[in-house]
Design a protein around this ligand. Structure first.
Ligand SMILES: Nc1ncnc2c1ncn2[C@@H]1O[C@H](COP(=O)(O)OP(=O)(O)O)[C@@H](O)[C@H]1O
Ligand SMILES: [Mg+2]
Length: 364
């Protein structure tokens, strides 16, 4: 069992700063997901924990021990790679046993650990097979099994599901979550997929261009993103952004944009008054409500023209146009909106985020 702590960690490759001043404390037994677009430094951060990359500056700790200069084999971590990297000529059993044999573990202990791990992830019937006789999902389980038998203090996983088809990905996602509940080991899990991050993580750390943007529970990131990047990255379909400017009308402070008007909530009044004039309002697709008569309370009014309707069963996904903006709304399919319809929509005031357009920071 162990914590993992980054303290002002940098990783530079020549001119490229792959990880830029990362400070992050991963708790014991936590499932932490490191998420962000391709090239943002996720793999580099993970490889530094594994000891496969040197730390350029700062301090990296596992438990209380600074590991900057500790050899990978002495770190008590196990890594599962995106490419499973199984030995093709070895059986499943031997693939799982290989690392333990290298460590000169007694044969009986190896046998016990491999069989226990195989039972945990349902590989018992496949132990004699070679990797080429396995499906993609089964190979992925062998790669997991090889990490499990090590009984490491920390599991590191780098996009372990990305080579699986959509259905298997959902299944294996749940399997890994169950495995974590059973083993109660610290897991650092890297993915570019925000759905994986939201569904698997106890906490999520969002990175962009090597810089940590925000760390928090899935709910915190969804409800209180610190900036436009996190707001747009977390959530599917993505948050809508509308350019707005502050305006006082009849003594009421509002933000207005094309087809959009919102009385500023009291909690944000001073932030709006102090902010630059260019603001961005953020609305999640699922928070639009089609108006049916009077507005149900305080909130934003949006008047948009429907472009395309995607029927999803119980819901409809509407592509709408408001001036220069394309918006996406998810509404109850009972409304039967048609292309060309002008739709009056409402967004409850507590569901709207406001950002400073210049630096992207959320107004608080
Ligand atoms: N060995 C390397 N040499 C030079 N640049 C690298 C090396 N490894 C990664 N990088 C660069 O560091 C940045 C982060 O890469 P990486 O950590 O692999 O991103 P991610 O895993 O988030 O896609 C990228 O710009 C990448 O090109
Ligand atoms: Mg990567």
């Amino acid at each position: 069992m162990a914590t993992v702590t980054f303290e002002h960690v940098f990783k530079r490759y020549g001119d490229v700063t792959a990880v830029n001043d990362l400070s992050l404390e991963i708790q014991d037994e936590e499932f932490l997901v490191l998420v962000g677009p391709s090239g943002c430094g996720k793999t580099t951060a993970l490889r530094m924990i594994a000891g496969l990359e040197d730390v350029s500056a700062g301090e990296l700790k596992i438990g209380d021990r600074v590991v900057n200069n500790l050899a990978p084999k002495d770190r008590d971590v196990a890594m599962v790679f995106q490419s499973y990297a199984l030995y093709p000529h070895m059986s499943v059993f031997d693939n799982m046993a290989f690392g333990l044999k290298l460590r000169k573990m007694p044969k009986a202990e190896i046998d016990k650990r491999v069989r226990e791990a195989a039972a945990t992830i349902e590989l018992t019937n496949l132990l004699d097979r070679k990797p080429k006789q396995l499906s993609g999902g089964q190979r992925q389980r062998v790669a997991l099994g090889r990490a499990i038998v090590r009984e490491p203090a920390v599991f590191l996983m780098d996009e372990p599901l990305s080579n699986l088809d959509a259905k298997l990905r959902v299944q294996t996602r749940a399997e890994i979550a169950r495995l974590h509940q059973r083993l109660r080991t610290t897991v650092v899990y890297v993915t570019h997929d925000q759905v994986e991050a939201m569904t698997m993580g106890d906490r999520i750390a969002v990175m962009n261009f090597g810089v940590l943007q925000q760390v928090g529970s899935p709910q915190e990131l969804y409800q209180h993103p610190v900036n436009k990047f996190v707001a747009g990255f977390i959530g599917s379909p993505a948050m809508n952004f509308i350019n707005v400017t502050p305006k006082t009308e009849d003594g009421t402070l509002k933000v207005v944009g094309e087809g959009f008007e919102l009385p500023v909530p009291d909690s944000l009044k001073s932030a709006v008054e102090n902010a630059a004039t260019e603001l961005t309002a953020g609305v999640r697709p699922e928070h639009f409500e089609i108006m049916n008569g009077a507005a149900p309370g305080a909130g934003a009014h949006v008047r948009a023209t429907c472009d395309v309707v995607e029927f999803l069963g119980n819901e409809e996904l509407l592509h709408l146009r408001v001036g220069q903006h394309d918006l996406v709304a998810v509404v109850d399919a009972a409304f039967r909106v048609k292309p060309g319809d002008v739709v009056e929509m409402f967004v409850p005031i507590d569901k709207i985020a406001l950002f400073d357009s210049a630096d992207g920071k959320a107004l608080r």
